[in-house]
Design a protein around this ligand. Structure first.
Ligand SMILES: *Cc1c(COP(=O)(O)O)cnc(C)c1O
Length: 407
């Protein structure tokens, strides 16, 4: 993440890649401009020995190109496309692959914004969104989909795993089997995975069969609560399609924000390891506190979902930095805790260097129907914690003080 794809000699010796804060690029001559457009629009194939010149920053810049190269490497796959937000990455991907008249399969819960995009936008374009229960077998999923939508092709399988905010896992190998069973020669069914919670090092999912892996880079990868960004990773062909969609939908990441994330990538591995270690210690403390009803994090999955333990062992590589804390009580007690934390900050987002706490029922997942929230475990007693890199004793002391107020 420090050296890949960068040669200072091409940048006047600049130790770090400069920020290309320009919207457009000057062509050396008209013939070159014509050639760049022929390559960029796909009218002609870019020869292996040729170098594509830059055209216009909605198509890409040296900063997006370097960031994409490093993100693809981090995710052990050929290519990546960066976006101005995680939602821009999710919406462009779904618009590219889901066609009117089709059905998109998805697990629940998903990020609140993703849920709203599916319900408010995709449904309006005659794309049905069909919820897949975690406990259905591959055969059951196929039977359920075929009986619910006998005349609609399946355009994708979307899952978020671990799910925000309940931590539920979905087996990507199983999703791939379902996609293959419901797809055909003419109808490719991509497995699209939102991997924001764990990220590329702790959870490399292409090897398990994910075709497109999506990140809100805003979270762990940028990691400092100072930039909004997103990405999709996949093979060159699929990312080529996504980049084409990005050109017209227009959601590319800017040069400055790309540069900020290149900087974040240099410490990415160190940060997630430090956060993970703090998370284990905070979780162990919380398990002993009398105001706590239940703790869910990936380090104690055998306690809250033994059925998913095998999936965790076989397909996931770390516990990450998120905790679902179910306290004894409801909204009143949860708000008392949230109003008295000091080291933890009361705010949405996650994965940053500072620890954050929020109340999904009334905040990030406010727009999800109450019935669905109850069904999938987003209750009034749930506080979502994101663990940062502070001194862990400070974090534990902070939670202890606030939780003692509701015993
Ligand atoms: C935050 C988040 C998103 C949306 O990302 P933005 O960068 O805020 O647009 C999508 N999925 C998950 C799991 C998230 O946590």
């Amino acid at each position: 993440m420090l050296g890949l794809g960068y040669d200072a000699a091409h940048y006047q010796g600049s130790m770090k890649q400069p920020i290309f804060q320009t919207s457009t690029y000057e062509f050396p001559n008209a013939e070159a401009g014509k050639q760049f457009f022929a390559w960029a629009t796909g009218k002609e194939e870019l020869p292996a020995n040729a170098e594509m010149g830059h055209i216009y920053s909605r198509l890409g810049s040296p900063n997006t190109a370097l960031l994409e190269e490093r993100l693809a490497h981090l995710d052990q796959i050929e290519a990546a496309a960066v976006f101005g937000s995680g939602m821009a990455a999710i919406s462009a991907t779904l618009l590219e692959f889901c066609r009117p008249g089709s059905v998109l399969l998805h697990t629940d819960p998903v990020y609140g914004g993703t849920h709203s995009f599916m319900v408010n936008y995709l449904e309006a374009f005659d794309i049905r969104c069909f919820q897949i229960k975690h406990y259905w077998s591959v055969e059951e999923v196929v039977a359920q989909v075929q009986s619910a939508y006998p005349h609609r092709p399946v355009s994708g399988f979307f899952t978020e795993s671990p799910a925000n905010p309940t931590m539920d896992l979905y087996s990507i190998r199983k999703a791939k089997k379902i996609a293959e069973a419901l797809g055909s020669e003419e109808q490719f069914v991509p497995v699209i995975m939102d991997n924001t919670y764990l990220g590329p090092i702790l959870s490399p999912q292409h090897k398990n069969g994910a075709d497109l892996v999506i990140y809100s880079l805003t979270k762990n990868i940028a990691g400092h609560s100072d930039v909004i960004a997103g990405a999709v990773t996949g093979n060159a062909e699929l990312i080529g399609r996504i980049k084409k969609a990005r050109t017209f939908i227009g959601g590319i990441l800017g040069p400055m924000d790309s540069w900020l994330i290149l900087r974040s990538l240099e410490t990415y591995t160190i940060r997630i390891k430090a956060q993970e270690e703090n998370t284990r210690k905070v979780a162990h403390f919380l398990m002993t506190h009398p105001a706590v009803e239940e703790i869910r994090y990936l380090g104690n999955i055998e306690d809250w979902n033994p059925a998913q333990q095998v999936v965790f062992k076989e397909e996931y590589g770390g516990v990450g930095s998120m905790i679902a804390l179910y306290i004894k009580g409801g909204e009143k007690e949860a708000f008392t805790v949230l109003n008295h934390i000091e080291v933890f900050k009361l705010g949405v987002s996650l994965g940053s260097t500072e620890s954050l706490a929020e109340h999904p029922f009334t905040m990030t997942h406010a727009k999800v129907d109450d019935d669905l929230k109850e069904e999938i475990g987003i209750t009034n007693s749930l506080i979502r914690l994101s663990i940062g890199v502070e001194d862990v004793e400070d974090l534990i002391h902070d939670l202890n003080t606030a939780l003692n107020l509701i015993i």
